[in-house]
Design a protein around this ligand. Sequence first.
Ligand SMILES: Nc1ncnc2c1ncn2[C@@H]1O[C@H](COP(=O)(O)OP(=O)(O)OP(=O)(O)O)[C@@H](O)[C@H]1O
Ligand SMILES: [Mg+2]
Length: 142
Amino acid sequence: MEIKRTLKIKNEEETRRFGLDLAHELKAGDVVALIGDLGTGKTALTRYIAEGLGITARVNSPTFTIVKEYRESRLPLFHFDVYRVSDPDELFNIGADEYFYGDGVCVVEWADLIEELLPEDTRYIYIEYGPKEGERIYKCSF
Ligand SMILES: Nc1ncnc2c1ncn2[C@@H]1O[C@H](COP(=O)(O)OP(=O)(O)OP(=O)(O)O)[C@@H](O)[C@H]1O
Ligand SMILES: [Mg+2]
């Protein structure tokens, strides 16, 4: 995936700012793919995107399901965590395409595991730890 910009995030407040700004440019059928190690803040960023969309419900990782739906906002949010998906067929079985090409915004944690299923115009964010506590590096395809 081609990286268009690299952002240095200094702390969680900057992650929040990034998530809120991103939310405002999203429209129905957009997919945001989050790729990064354990604890880099994929769920945290999803939470701030949700906040930007106007979702007040607490966003937690969908532990027992692959996808969790939040439908209280202007644009619904479909939050995927595919960490435990061992076979892309599992996504086919839950009708993932209905979400990816649907009426809401999809955010996918561990998206590298199902990259071949994602729409071509997916926005990729590769998250790495920065050198200091709270710092993160965002490499964005957009
Ligand atoms: N700049 C930052 N951005 C996001 N989270 C941060 C930042 N700095 C510190 N944190 C903290 O890092 C933790 C990130 O946890 P989170 O569950 O969001 O990670 P994750 O990538 O979703 O992990 P997992 O791979 O288990 O799903 C949170 O406790 C959060 O408060
Ligand atoms: Mg997570």
